[in-house]
Design a protein around this ligand. Structure first.
Ligand SMILES: Cc1cc2nc3c(=O)[nH]c(=O)nc-3n(C[C@H](O)[C@H](O)[C@H](O)COP(=O)(O)OP(=O)(O)OC[C@H]3O[C@@H](n4cnc5c(N)ncnc54)[C@H](O)[C@@H]3O)c2cc1C
Length: 510
């Protein structure tokens, strides 16, 4: 079959959403089947241009673009549903759309000056341009606020200088938002962060790629190290409502809370693959699905599917660009950490269930393990975000002078109904100055209780009750186990000079 025979006509973006999503799904399905036909192996880096053309012919990014600029209006449920449709076929493709949406188009919609929005949105809609975001630097990742990329104002332009790395779509995107700090006349950098739109099609705004990285997974997306020495017009600076740091928090919290869209299709695919494999694979004369341990694994996958559905519902109703999410750290961090843990755990479980067959880069199980892993690292390392979840809850407890965790959670909007499941387990006083490891463990617990609250809400809306109660049961057991670990007060210490006296061979009685 020729490539041309796969290509079909473009679809208008003005159609009903279901028709739009179905057309997108069909394109994806064809495009990924086509890749299977044309690639020798499905593990090549990048994406063949004919595939991207085919996927872009539906203009999926129009869901992130306001209606007055010719897009579908930026309705969050549409954005979530498009990310989910993409991640059923490919997590990397979904992340590509997520980067464009949450890290470029939504920030531009909300903070871009009017004079640049129209022409840029046009290029996304008509020429199928792509955009990304550069915050991270080689020496400043988690500690992004200390970034060293600087800007100075020159006549009617800003001059940006620095080094950025790990920006998704490095060397591929047509636009990047670049974060930088203002450099004063004395050379010192200001504390605030500003964002600038750089257009890769303009020589003076072009960011030079110094090196492409061999990323472990997400082969479709190029990453690397970039040398920034560009001049952009003054209108290219995003306009914060108050400080630039608050704008950055609004952008990052919105992006984090939108992770469930990417998780949704991915988790559904893992669940479908697990069910199919375990029905078809016979071991010891019966299908795997008849083994108790296997059933437990699949029940957990189903719980992840349900919890992620609950998060998508919550996100759809809370993440619109009209809302300022700078102060919504708790919900955004809880959703991001828990859904990314669910994604990685689900991938690991599918790999266990598929055995040797799954341990291949070109098998969905093996791919999923490496592709989902960095979601626990980027946009806030989960270890750090869990700590922040606890700190935010402890701060509220302190201000209410409440020390009992259950008493607090049973009265707190994001946990009040889920707390009912832990009347005994969480009925203890929390030390308000915990060591970091305890903060992280408590954050894991809180993130899961918040996810249960969202799941209860999903149940109230009419979602299947058997899936809801299974999900709540799985999460309750996990929280119970984690609380036991949390309440164990013996800290293990690192023995840094561990080598002397620790060679096992010296102690063998031969
Ligand atoms: C696949 C992928 C895609 C990415 N996409 C983008 C992108 O599009 N744009 C962009 O700007 N960046 C992107 N990044 C960069 C990403 O955001 C950073 O890697 C991340 O912020 C961590 O920074 P770092 O790598 O410098 O690690 P570090 O800051 O060195 O942190 C490494 C680890 O140290 C531990 N740690 C750090 N601080 C603390 C602390 N305070 N307490 C306890 N433990 C701590 C955590 O375990 C953390 O995971 C991407 C990264 C990857 C891998």
């Amino acid at each position: 079959m020729s490539i041309a025979s796969y290509l079909s006509k473009d679809i208008e973006t003005s159609v009903e959403f279901e028709t739009f999503r179905d057309a997108f799904r069909e394109k994806l399905h064809k495009a990924f089947a086509m890749r299977g036909d044309f690639d020798e192996i499905s593990t090549q880096r990048g994406l063949p241009p004919f595939m991207m053309r085919e996927i872009q012919s539906v203009t999926p990014l129009s869901v992130f673009i306001p209606e007055e600029y010719g897009g579908r209006g930026g309705h969050v449920h549409e954005c979530q549903a498009i990310l989910a449709a993409a991640s059923y076929e490919s997590l990397a493709l979904s992340l590509t759309l997520g980067i464009n949406g949450a890290l470029f188009l939504q920030p531009l919609t909300k903070y871009g000056s009017e004079s640049i929005k129209g022409p840029i949105f046009d290029r996304f809609l008509e020429e199928k341009n792509l955009g990304g975001l550069m915050i991270t630097e080689p020496d400043y990742g988690t500690d992004a606020l200390s970034m060293q990329t600087s800007y100075t104002e020159e006549d009617d332009a800003y001059h940006l200088e620095g080094t950025k790395h790990w920006a998704g779509l490095t060397g591929w995107a047509d636009f990047f938002l670049v974060a930088a700090r203002r450099q004063g006349a004395d050379g010192a950098l200001g504390r605030d962060i500003d964002f600038f739109v750089a257009d890769m099609n303009r020589p003076e705004q072009m960011i030079e790629v110094e090196e492409f990285y061999e990323n472990l997974g997400l082969y479709m997306i190029p990453y690397g190290r970039n040398h920034v020495d560009i001049r952009v017009p003054t209108a290219h600076r995003l306009q914060p409502e108050s400080t630039g740091i608050k704008m950055m928090l609004d952008i990052l919290h919105r992006s984090r809370i939108e992770f469930p869209g990417m998780g949704m299709g991915f988790l559904k695919r893992i669940l479908d693959e697990a069910l199919e494999h375990c029905r078809e694979r016979f071991v010891g004369g019966k299908p795997l699905i008849e083994y108790d341990q296997v059933r437990q694994r699949i029940a957990k996958l189903q719980a992840a599917y349900t919890a992620c559905s609950a998060m998508c519902l919550h996100t759809s109703e809370h993440a619109h660009t009209d809302n300022n999410l700078a102060g919504e750290a708790l919900s955004a961090n809880a959703v991001k950490t828990v859904v990314t843990d669910l994604m990685q755990d689900a991938a690991q479980s599918l790999l266990q269930l598929t055995g040797g067959t799954g341990y291949r880069l070109d098998h969905v199980a093996g791919r999923s393990v490496v592709d989902s892993r960095p979601f626990q690292i980027f946009e806030g390392s989960n270890d750090v975000l869990y700590q922040q979840i606890s700190e935010s809850v402890l701060k509220s407890m302190r201000s209410l002078e409440e020390k009992n965790l259950y008493a607090f959670l049973s009265d707190y909007e994001m946990t009040h109904r889920a707390a009912d499941y832990f009347e005994d387990t969480l009925d203890f006083e929390v030390d308000l100055s915990l060591p970091q490891r305890k903060l992280v463990e408590l954050g894991r617990i809180l993130g899961r209780v918040i996810s249960m609250e969202l799941t209860i809400e999903l149940g109230d809306r009419g979602f299947r009750s058997d899936l809801i109660s299974n999900c709540l049961q799985v999460f309750r057991k996990e929280v119970d186990g984690r609380v036991t670990a949390y309440r164990d007060h013996e800290p293990t210490e690192v023995v840094e000079d561990y080598v002397e006296g620790s060679a096992w061979l010296d102690y063998v009685n031969a």
